[in-house]
Design a protein. Structure first.
Length: 79
């Protein structure tokens, strides 16, 4: 019966240059660094450096909120 099933790789859609996907890991410094690079325009040409999209699911929502709050405090002029 097990021969009828096969594992299929889950393909995630590609990230846009100003998008950050937060996982449930205790270290959030990398996410902060990436967001600050986006706001400073160091990511590349044609990237909207005025917005950052932060995504997370289920147990990662605590980290999403933490990252958003820390970005708000570290980047001047954000509201």
């Amino acid at each position: 019966m097990a021969d009828k099933y096969r594992k299929v790789e889950k393909v995630l859609p590609p990230l846009s240059p100003n998008e950050i996907r937060v996982k449930r890991v205790p270290r959030i410094g990398g996410y902060l660094k990436r967001a600050i690079e986006i706001f400073q325009g160091k990511v590349g040409e044609g990237v909207d450096s005025s917005t950052v999209v932060i995504k997370g699911v289920a147990t990662a929502m605590d980290n999403v909120v933490t990252v958003a709050e820390l970005i708000k405090h570290r980047v001047k002029g954000l509201y």
